[in-house]
Design a protein around this ligand. Sequence first.
Ligand code: HEC
Length: 95
Amino acid sequence: MPGGDPQRGQALISRMGCAGCHTIPGIAGADGNVGPPLTRIGDRIFIAGVLRNTPENMVHWVQHPQSVVPGNAMPEMGITEAQARDIASYLYTLR
Ligand code: HEC
């Protein structure tokens, strides 16, 4: 994942409350069951069933889930592009 830092991403995921909705390997207490588990998300073919799983699409999804799938339960969280790159880098370690 170019331009992202997986360690910063891991810290951001912990801080931003993703854990309340997702089960995420490597994140303390991340056993949420609102959204799908992010186990092996790095190997998934689609993001949210609609976007090809590419780094650019992952950055876009994390920032703007409502513009990709309007009305879905994942909120827009005001995540910056740089933060989204770090988060995506961590997610791509999950394979
Ligand atoms: C309030 C609950 C909620 C929060 C908070 C939330 N999500 Fe989600 N997330 C969802 C839901 C629901 C979906 C499924 C959306 C869909 O398929 O339309 C989803 C989907 C995803 C997907 C695609 C999963 C797949 O199987 O294709 C990723 C990646 C993701 N979220 C990452 C994150 C990250 C990273 C955060 C924190 C920055 C986060 N989410 C915060 C509810 C949430």
